[in-house]
Design a protein around this ligand. Structure first.
Ligand code: PGA
Length: 258
């Protein structure tokens, strides 16, 4: 894991966009996209680069991490709608190249179809991830199997409360979701975990410096050979080894890249 602690959310967005831009400019790419608040700055930065510098997504494909069960794609808070509104409709992503889970389909069949479609696309090159306050990535809640594939999960009360801000009230937040599994996510070639704000500090510390354990699903990333963790200073505030992470970054060989 490479842990990079930056002063603020804008620096995190800029560095994440640099990594994604480098991948896009190297050839046709498969991006793994996350929803939630954390990646929004990165998406805004990529939209700016598309408008300003002609950064193109025309040869790219995208796969979403997860979706609410029971919300039709047309619902404004389905992740199908959210990613189009917040990102892909504002760049030159072909509409049929943005793939998501269908929350209105029979979940077991939809999960199997989705894993097969990721494989058929050649797998994900760069996967953007946020982290939940309970340590989830995607919607893999605590005690998710570290080997899990895409499947239905039941949201914790904490996650439903965290996400109630996107709905008219807590009662409207679906109880079930479809999510790429931890095993599915770990097949992406480069994982980019973004953490912003003090509310994420405990989860980040458990994921990065705690044991690999299903109680903190994001700790499964420790088993992956290429993970970049981009944090603002508040999200990094509970880490014990920040001095070492800054020291390492200061000595990063110029040829190494991310
Ligand atoms: P957030 O959610 O980016 O809205 O904080 C992250 C997550 O739940 O994975």
């Amino acid at each position: 894991m490479e842990i990079i602690i930056l002063p603020g959310a804008e620096d995190v967005a800029h560095t994440a966009a640099d990594i994604i831009e480098e991948r896009l400019r190297s050839g046709p790419s498969v991006l793994g996209l996350a929803t939630g608040s954390t990646p929004l700055g990165t998406y805004r930065e990529l939209i700016d680069r598309h408008r300003r510098d002609g950064l193109s997504f025309a040869a790219a494909q995208a796969f979403l991490l997860d979706e609410y069960v029971g919300l039709p794609a047309s619902h404004p808070e389905s992740y199908h709608s959210v990613i189009r509104r917040e990102f892909t409709d504002s760049v030159d992503f072909p509409a049929d190249a943005v793939h998501g889970l269908d929350g209105a389909s029979y979940p077991a069949a939809e999960a199997a179809r989705y894993d097969a479609s990721i494989s058929a696309a050649g797998g994900v090159d760069v996967q953007i991830l946020g982290i939940g306050t309970d340590g989830h990535i995607g919607f893999n809640e605590p005690m998710s199997s570290l080997a899990s594939r895409t499947r239905i999960k039941t949201l914790t009360g904490q996650t439903r409360r965290d996400n109630a801000r996107f709905f008219a009230g807590l009662d409207e937040v679906p109880e079930h979701v479809l999510t790429q599994g931890l095993g599915t996510i770990r097949q992406a070639r480069h994982l980019l975990l973004l953490g912003l704000g003090e509310a994420k500090a405990d989860a980040v510390a458990a994921a990065v410096e705690g044991p690999v354990a299903a109680i903190c699903p994001a700790s499964a990333l420790q088993l992956h050979p290429h993970v970049t963790v981009l944090l603002d200073t508040p999200a990094a505030s509970k880490l014990a080894h920040t001095e070492y992470y800054h020291y390492t970054l200061g000595r990063k060989p110029a040829w190494q890249g991310f």
